[in-house]
Design a protein around this ligand. Structure first.
Ligand code: CA
Ligand code: ZN
Length: 304
């Protein structure tokens, strides 16, 4: 019709093509442009193998767990760039899953028998039981780019992102990544309807769904690890073998940011960090531990 704007259908990347590790060798399954809104469908972390309370964690095929939809190539992005991934919307399936299983999570030795709990969602709540309902706090567990080299399992977090299980990766947040390969080769999965800091029993309320993303490029020299921006803060995301190393790496990087952003010498940036920034635990149950160091925006309005 003349004079009428065409309503462009939003791009949807289906969950048919997945990766089980982040690697520079995988061929992209789709391509997006900078500034383009697009949806990505994701399965739950069990790849849909747990549908009822009869399906137990020890009986599923673990080789197809923790699949991520992707890799998605971003046009106009090369190694050395920094991209900003905006989480615009998250849509969740109608039910989530929480399993317990011997060895799983921080108190796994206390679990004698595997057990599965299906958790229905309705009207903004997860119905944990008849008496207990939880307000939904939808988040993305796995979001990352292809690393420089090697193959890193999707369940392992790192400087390329992946299984960061950070509850601030939610609608309205932006996640900044260093780009290691042409096109970045992004992949995403592992939505949680709810999760507390630590992911203490080993899982969130695991759920399938889809996420609307928009990727832009940031004019900055480079970054060493992912940074999450929320309305209130910038958070450096650091993953290492143990808590002390993860904390130290993130703290060191946050001090560097403060030095650059506010033109401070090291002792002053270090003091300011101690006076105003928070070290928070993202997760302590994955192959590497993830922490975040949160720099409030009243200190630094814009990190990039
Ligand atoms: Ca996860
Ligand atoms: Zn998960």
């Amino acid at each position: 019709m003349p004079g009428r704007k065409e309503c462009k259908e939003e791009k949807v990347i289906k969950k048919d093509n997945v990766i089980y590790n982040f690697s520079p060798i995988h061929k992209p399954i789709d391509t997006v442009d900078l500034g383009e809104d697009f949806w990505v469908e994701t399965d739950d972390c069990y790849s849909g193998q747990i549908k009822t309370e009869k399906d137990l964690r020890p009986n599923i095929d673990i080789s197809i767990m923790d699949a991520a939809t992707g890799p998605i190539r971003v046009n106009g992005v090369v190694a050395g760039d920094v991209i900003c991934v905006s989480i615009k919307e998250i849509e969740l399936a109608s039910q989530g899953i929480m399993v317990t299983s011997p060895g799983l999570g921080t108190l796994g030795e206390m679990i004698k028998e595997a057990d599965t709990k299906i958790i229905p969602l309705n009207g903004g709540y997860a119905y944990f039981s008849e008496k207990i309902k939880l307000p939904l706090t939808p988040m993305v567990g796995v979001l990352g780019v292809a690393p420089q080299e090697g193959e890193i399992h999707c369940a392992t977090p790192g400087d390329h992102g992946a299984n960061m299980d950070t509850k601030d990766i939610k609608v309205g947040s932006k996640v900044y990544f260093p780009v290691f390969v042409e096109g970045a080769n992004l992949a995403i999965s592992d939505l949680h309807a709810c999760m507390g800091d630590g992911e203490l029993s080993g899982t969130g309320i695991e759920i399938a769904g889809r996420v609307k993303l928009n990727i832009s490029k940031v004019q900055v020299n480079k970054i060493l690890m992912p940074v999450v921006e929320t309305e209130e803060a910038y958070m450096v995301i650091s993953s290492e073998k143990n808590f002390a190393d993860a904390a130290k790496k993130g703290i060191k990087y946050a001090v560097e940011f403060l030095q650059t952003a506010l033109q401070l010498d090291f002792p002053d940036a270090y003091r300011l960090l101690s006076a105003a920034c928070d070290l928070k635990i993202s997760q302590i149950v994955n192959p590497l531990i993830t922490v975040r160091v949160s720099i409030p925006k009243h200190l630094v309005n814009s990190l990039f």
